[in-house]
Design a protein around this ligand. Structure first.
Ligand code: BGC
Length: 737
């Protein structure tokens, strides 16, 4: 044993020494190259454009450091040849693309990936994306999006991991590892870009690009952690956000980009703006003109300009006028060149043009995408165990999302091809006798024309499965909504199906949490699938038939009504919490006294709680938690909280439960969240099986940024829950000394 450890130590030292030598070597190469560069060539490296062939002259002249949105390997090689063989110094281009949830094989949208609570699977998905995209020559993706999203009106909830910082960290790190792999210089390594730094998801009113007001403490406790964790995991690049935080647009915020990112976190990767976010500081009223915006951005710590053209047009003059120092430019260019050396682009600039088509949609890629779609679906309701449906039974399949190959790919599926998509309608035939009556051509369709035909057909079926939701265009960037009910006549369709008296199963395929509580009253079961991607149809068919069992959990709170937004489970404690004694509108007596309702924090119409809590999700079986104990009730800051419990599958099917661990810090120097997720694990149990489970939670994980803006564990009383969602279970008490 001892010998093995010693050998491992020598190996670790050797690996460490060679990594250090490699980075010294890279730093030296960066310096040597930098010495040879003219100011114009340096500024050229800082310029990113959305173009291929059209930019070939500028590339040959050393005026472009990176391109985006070109995915044809022939075109990529052609522009790369211009950079490597025609430009004076032969510096290769960095080719980038929004590969957000798959390249050709499309995985569930990120909020769906988060619903899996399965980081290993998410990492595998990101690896698949990297293999397919790098085979086309794309070596840099603008993912993961780490923006905490607490308001489902914001369309970009589709692209992130939801409302919880801990889940955000696990998913973000998994994606970074998957994209980048183990070796940056490997041709399948695709550099990750953590975005949008920072606070973009806190847009007021959930309206995209809107202003935000986030305190430094909230930034540090809620919005920063996933960025910091991903950087520690090796994320190579970072993107600034469009929004301002407390009046400062991120692209011009030197405190964020220099003090926090570089000095505190030691980031030595590259910082890119969001699309024209430098130029947009003019519209913000934060810069006079593009020249001013350029000066502000570069001085704030931006390395590369995406699509404002300000750097290429104005940086040289700014240096000549003394408004920008050449040292500042050099520092930015170092970050860009370091990335290019790390990715091995100088040694390996070209791509094998025949590779892309060979690796796209490989069987193992499709299998991973199907598994992700299975694990991402969340069972919200299953009255009388109507699901799974009996195999071989006759089902009526209807609704706008039943056969919508393009729509089920979701937002940011630029390179997914709908002809490769398996829709539910295509897949259900393997398990059921399917009657299909199309109703509503798309999710906004208001025409009830075919409803009667569907009602008639339902008479011949054992059950009805209605596929509703949102088309891809209704979520994602710039697609905010103020009303989150089902669009068009979809609720009417569900009600019409209810009137048939047959069991009604609703499958929602959407880009965000919708407010469907009223529809839940018109059906027996609801399976929620955030746009599930290429293999969504097979995944959903397997789930409906019981070949697979749902295990997904909600990564965001599901609201009763959009008016409750923003609503998140881990909100700070209020001074007047509602303890379930809410008097709702219809129960208020006439001329009730002003204070007679109790003066607690709730809505008179929707009450206090949401429809469904964060972490919620049913299965085709039931689970029971028991014998929860902590080994100590008084702990030191350096201890681990050793948690023991039993989990029993009390139903009749093998299934997987996502066990969740929550903590509450009862008294703090600042108001603390009512609960915080601190750990989770996926546990698979056979029918009737009980497993004794353990989890060691470091007390140091209870640290937060306190009143003195120090990251500490404050001594005091805590509570801990182990449960299947954020609203269940009984807490155990413990004390930290
Ligand atoms: C988005 C980014 C994206 C970029 C490049 C912007 O509009 O906000 O997330 O990476 O475009 O396409």
């Amino acid at each position: 044993m001892k010998i093995r450890r010693f050998a491992m130590l020598i190996v670790a030292m050797a690996v460490g020494t060679s990594a250090m030598a490699q980075s010294l070597d890279i730093d030296q190469r960066v310096e040597e190259l930098l010495q040879k560069m003219t100011l114009e060539e340096k500024i050229g490296q800082m310029n990113q454009v959305s173009a291929g062939y059209q930019a070939i002259d500028a590339i040959s002249n050393g005026q472009v450091g990176s391109i985006l949105n070109v995915v044809d390997p022939v075109e990529i090689n052609a522009v790369q040849r211009a950079a490597v063989e025609k430009s004076r110094l032969g510096i290769p281009l960095l080719v980038s693309r929004d590969v957000i949830h798959g390249f050709r094989t499309i995985f569930p949208i990120p909020i769906g990936l988060a619903s899996t609570f399965d980081p290993a699977l998410v990492e595998r998905g990101a690896r698949v994306a990297a293999i397919e995209a790098t085979a086309s020559g794309v070596r840099w993706t603008f993912s993961p999006m780490l923006d905490i999203a607490r308001d489902p009106r914001w369309g970009r909830v589709a692209e992130g991991s939801g409302e919880d910082p801990y889940l955000d960290i696990q998913m973000g790190v998994a994606m970074v590892k998957g994209y980048q792999g183990d070796n940056f210089a490997d041709p399948t390594c695709m550099a990750a870009c953590v975005k949008h730094f920072v606070g973009y998801g806190a847009a007021e009113g959930g309206r995209d690009y809107n202003t935000t007001m986030i305190s430094e403490r909230a930034l540090r406790n809620v919005y920063f952690p996933a960025f910091k964790a991903c950087i520690e995991a090796g994320a190579l690049t970072l993107m600034t956000s469009f929004n301002d935080v407390d009046g400062l647009p991120s692209t011009g915020n030197d405190w964020l980009l220099r003090n926090v990112l570089r000095e505190e976190w030691g980031f030595d990767g590259m910082v890119v703006t969001d699309w024209n976010s430098s130029g947009e500081m003019i519209a913000h009223g934060f810069a006079d003109d593009l020249k001013d915006a350029t000066k502000i951005s570069i001085n704030a710590g931006v390395d590369m300009d995406m699509m404002s053209y300000g750097f290429i047009q104005h940086a040289k003059a700014l240096v000549e006028e003394g408004k920008l120092s050449e040292q500042t430019i050099d520092a930015a260019v170092r970050n860009i060149l370091r990335l290019k050396f790390r990715l091995g682009l100088f040694e390996n600039p070209y791509v094998d043009e025949s590779l892309a088509r060979k690796v796209a949609y490989a069987p193992e890629h499709l299998a991973a995408a199907k598994q992700a779609a299975i694990e991402s679906a969340i069972l919200l309701q299953n009255n009388d165990n109507v699901l799974p449906l009996a195999k071989g039974s006759t089902i009526l399949v209807t609704g706008p999302m039943a056969d919508a190959p393009y729509e089920q790919l979701g937002t940011w599926a630029f390179d997914g091809e709908e002809q490769h998509t398996v829709t539910p309608l295509k897949a259900l035939g393997a398990h059921f006798n399917v009657i299909n009556v199309p109703t509503l051509t798309h999710s906004r369709d208001k025409s009830t024309a075919n409803f009667k035909g569907a009602v008639r057909a339902a008479k011949k079926a054992d059950a009805v499965v209605v596929f509703v939701g949102e088309e891809a265009i209704l979520s994602g960037e710039a697609h905010s909504l103020s009303d989150l009910d089902l669009q068009g006549a979809q609720s009417e369709l569900i009600a019409a199906m209810r009137s048939t008296g047959k069991p009604v199963v609703v499958v929602v395929i959407a880009g965000r949490p919708l407010t469907i509580e009223q529809d839940a009253n018109n059906c027996d079961a609801i399976l929620y699938s955030f746009h599930p991607g290429t293999m969504g149809g097979e995944a959903l068919a397997d789930l409906l038939a019981g070949v697979a069992v749902p295990s997904g959990k909600l990564p965001m709170t599901f609201l009763r009504d959009a008016g409750q937004a923003p609503f998140y489970y881990n909100h700070p404690m209020t001074g007047r919490p509602n303890n379930g004694s809410e008097t709702l509108l219809n129960d208020i007596p006439m001329k009730a006294g002003q204070t007679s309702l109790g003066c607690t924090s709730y809505y008179l119409d929707t009450g206090y709680g949401p429809w469904l809590p964060f972490g919620y999700g049913l299965s085709y079986t039931t689970f029971e938690y028991s014998n929860l104990t902590l080994d100590k009730s008084v702990l030191n800051k350096s201890d681990y909280i050793h948690i023991d419990f039993d989990l029993t599958n009390t139903g009749e099917r093998e299934a997987t439960e996502v066990v969740q661990i929550y903590v509450r810090d009862l008294v703090g120097s600042v108001v603390r969240p009512v609960k915080e997720l601190k750990g989770f694990m996926r546990v698979t149990l056979k029918p009737g099986e009980t497993k004794h489970l353990m989890y060691d939670l470091p007390v140091s994980d209870l640290a937060f940024w306190n009143r003195d803006m120090e990251y500490v564990v404050e001594p005091g009383k805590f509570q801990l829950w182990v449960a299947g969602d954020s609203a269940s279970g009984e807490p155990l008490d413990f004390i930290v000394k």
